[in-house]
Write a protein of this length. Structure first.
Length: 106
């Protein structure tokens, strides 16, 4: 599945207040933060219990993708596609690498 195809399918399930307004931007931003907070909390419990995170990888993936859903909705609220966001990010990172601000650690 291509990035924009995923965004389109995921956004087809979007039901939240304020779509296409500042309220939609805020709702999706706080939704993403909440979902990534849930992911962090699940991982905290893995650390507390000294568990193997790979034994819970599907649960972690599920929480991460809930956050991704909100990030994609946030991008859409701003007028960007997933592809545009990904390309922007890769170009930014490549520029940092070329400038020597990113270092490869061994």
């Amino acid at each position: 599945m291509q990035l924009n195809e995923y965004q389109k399918k995921a956004y087809g399930t979007a039901v939240y207040p304020g779509q296409g307004t500042q309220r939609g931007i805020e709702y999706t931003l706080f939704g993403a933060l909440g979902e990534f907070g849930e992911l962090a909390n699940k991982y905290k419990k893995i650390l507390r219990n000294e568990s193997d995170p790979y034994a819970s990888k599907e649960i972690l993936m599920d929480e991460a993708m809930d956050g991704v859903w909100y990030v994609l909705a946030f991008l859409k609220e701003l007028g960007y596609t997933f592809q545009q966001g990904a390309e922007f990010n890769v170009n930014k990172l490549a520029a940092r690498m070329a400038a020597g601000t990113l270092k490869v650690h061994e």
